[in-house]
Design a protein around this ligand. Structure first.
Ligand code: HEM
Length: 607
């Protein structure tokens, strides 16, 4: 036998028996013992050397030492924090942990280090002055190229097609367009939300409480979808819930209701918006997931093969096609799609060509409008409501200032009209929103990549390194970020333009203080006005690629909060105090937003 003869020719004589199986076992055992010994020696003596080769840190920039010795790098710890709903805090606390405004993280097996910058001036400089010069968007454009290849978000700022593509959407953020196109929808749907919250409270008793985050989410869906593509007034999710509640006339019994959340489900079935909400959810999830994969375009290619994803795209596509078919060229546009198509028709007539009604850039940019404007605004509003609950004094101050800003409405016992709400701004509310966006921005970080070898805060960073620019005030102004003042690149524009005004380092930047945004009116006898330039705020990012929909976001937040605070008093529920765990999708916001709703005008007011 081949085995036995080979073994024979080696140590046959020293073996106690001549059974080839035993011989194989003997050698097998010794071989295994040898492997075990090598492994033991390796793990005892060379472990540190070997493990450190998982990741090669950039010199001089602090990092999590444990992560460098783990195959998955920082991902292991991030996953643990994510499970606890604290991923946001993991990211934002890096600067404090390392006592440095610049740190590095390792995101996956053998990953190159990625840089995290937590310093307002340096982040603003990178986003405003160094985009398309030292930096590119990198992964973000790949993510959008995979899902909405014809939208401007999919293009680098230096791409020759970028400007023309963004021009297509130009007018949609004009104040006059926002007032005529978006404001009436926002007003109507916000009033429906107030109606629902008041009715829920009344049927369940004044001590009942419920989570309002779902309604905020659907408010944002209804407003953005209606403004972008049109949705019949009766077909929104919020309208559908209102109708359902209206049919439930039986008052809940005491045991059913008092002290418990009234468990009235939001009735998605039966609403025309249901399939669109679900389709949008599938697409938004794919968008969020693709930020975490190394090859987003490939991910989207494969993901689009899944039946649920294909179905979702078909739903959205069918809606756009039927909306285009319904457009009447002789009427004033009431939704963004009509607006863009009419403008294209006018341009085509002027240039003597056929209108490109099915231009994929219009379609993809409108999907981008919905996707980028939906979760973000919902997240911001959930933060706003949570801060209102945590700061009842500010809720009262805002209500008083609303009454002063709209005195006729207050005197006449009615809500301010759309025109009033879009013309006059309540300074205290503006300051409150700005502070929420400064301290608890729903988008915590913007990812860019170095376009060439460059410097960040005085450190050399090689080409093609991922850089996370932190946007939330909790990190951009935390005391630890100030430690490295001396290491800031003295050549950077931000450093040169450094002024006291860009800095709240000595004014408790980690605290929620809306009054920082209020300044006295000259000769106003103690009257205050809102000053958006009073200090640092990066909640909408900055520079050329900062939030394109910022004006709409402000309008939505301002109108929604004005209507809610005018009508209702939102109270924090003791059991939920201090629970700030967040969910993570495209944005991060509190998982729970539980309120006890009282009538701001007294319980006798009409529903
Ligand atoms: C409070 C709500 C919002 C927040 C916090 C927010 C935040 C942001 C941030 C931080 C960026 C920059 C991303 C980057 O630099 O990579 C961004 C980009 C963008 N936002 Fe918003 N956003 C909000 C609402 C909206 C709305 C309502 C719309 C549209 C209707 C919108 C449309 C966009 C678009 C299209 C971009 C991409 C811009 C580009 O790539 O040049 N956003 N947003």
């Amino acid at each position: 036998m081949a085995i036995s003869s080979t073994v024979n020719s080696l140590h046959w004589g020293s073996l106690p028996f001549r059974d080839p199986v035993a011989v194989a076992a003997f050698y097998g055992f010794h071989f295994l013992a040898f492997l075990l010994a090598v492994w033991g020696i390796f793990s005892c003596t060379s472990l540190w050397t070997f493990r450190s080769t998982y990741h090669t840190p950039l010199p001089g920039i602090p990092y999590n030492r444990d992560a460098a010795t783990r195959l998955m790098g920082d991902l292991t710890e991030m996953k643990e924090w994510m499970a606890k709903g604290r991923m946001r805090y993991w990211f934002l606390e890096l600067a404090g942990r390392h006592g440095s405004a610049i740190s590095q993280v390792f995101l996956g097996p053998f990953a190159k280090p990625a840089i995290v910058v937590s310093d307002y001036r340096e982040v603003k400089d990178i986003l405003s002055h160094r985009d398309a010069v030292d930096f590119k968007r990198g992964l973000k454009t790949s993510v959008f190229a995979g899902i909405l290849p014809h939208s401007f978000a999919a293009l680098e700022t230096y791409d020759p097609g970028f400007k023309a593509n963004r021009e297509l959407m130009r007018d949609l953020m004009r104040p006059s367009t926002l007032s005529s196109l978006n404001a009436p929808h926002i007003n109507r749907i916000a009033q429906d939300v107030v109606y629902i919250w008041r009715l829920k409270s009344r049927t369940s008793g004044p001590d009942s409480w419920f989570d309002v985050s779902k309604q905020i989410f659907y408010f944002c869906f209804d407003t953005i979808f209606t403004a972008a593509l049109g949705l019949d007034e009766q077909d929104g999710v919020i309208k559908s819930e209102r109708n359902t509640l209206d049919h439930m006339t039986r008052p809940l019994s005491e045991t059913e209701a008092i002290g418990k959340p009234p468990d009235i489900p939001i009735e998605l079935q039966g609403s025309d918006a249901a399939d669109k909400v679900l389709a949008l959810g599938v697409v938004a999830k794919a968008l969020a997931n693709s930020f975490y994969v190394p090859w987003p375009r490939l991910y989207h290619k494969l993901n689009k093969l899944r039946p649920s994803v294909r179905r979702s795209w078909r739903t959205l596509q069918d809606h756009i096609s039927s909306s285009i078919a319904k457009i009447n060229p002789d009427t004033t546009p009431t939704v963004a799609l009509e607006y863009l198509i009419q403008r294209e028709r006018t341009a085509a007539a002027r240039e003597g060509r056929q209108p490109l009604i099915h231009d994929p850039r219009i379609r993809d940019n409108l999907y981008g409008y919905i996707l980028a404007g939906h979760d973000t605004t919902a997240g911001a509003l959930i933060w706003c409501v949570r801060q209102l609950l945590a700061h009842p004094d500010w809720q009262r101050k805002i209500r008083t200032d609303l009454h002063a800003t709209y005195p006729y409405a207050h005197r006449e016992g009615r809500l301010p009209t759309v025109t009033e709400l879009t013309t006059d701004h309540c300074a205290v509310l503006d300051a409150f929103i700005e502070e929420v966006m400064r301290l608890t921005a729903p988008v915590i970080t913007v990812m860019v990549a170095t376009k060439c070898d460059t410097q960040i805060l005085g450190h050399h960073i090689p080409k093609n390194t991922q850089v996370f620019c932190n946007l939330s005030g909790a990190s951009i102004n935390m005391p630890s970020a100030r430690v490295v003042e001396s290491s800031r690149s003295e050549t950077s524009k931000a450093y040169k333009s450094y002024t006291k005004k860009e800095n709240w380092d000595d004014d408790e930047p980690e605290l929620f203080k809306p009054e920082r945004w209020l300044v006295p009116v000259d000769g106003g006898g103690g009257k205050m006005r809102f000053d958006g330039a009073a200090g640092p705020m990066l909640g909408f990012s900055a520079g050329n690629r900062g939030c394109w929909g910022k004006r709409l976001a402000y309008l939505e937040m301002r109108m929604f909060l004005s209507i809610v605070i005018w009508e209702l008093e939102l109270e924090e529920v003791e059991e939920f105090k201090g629970r700030w765990e967040t969910y993570e999708s495209l944005v991060t916001a509190p998982r729970e937003c539980v309120v006890r709703v009282k009538d701001a005008c007294g319980w006798d007011a009409q529903v």
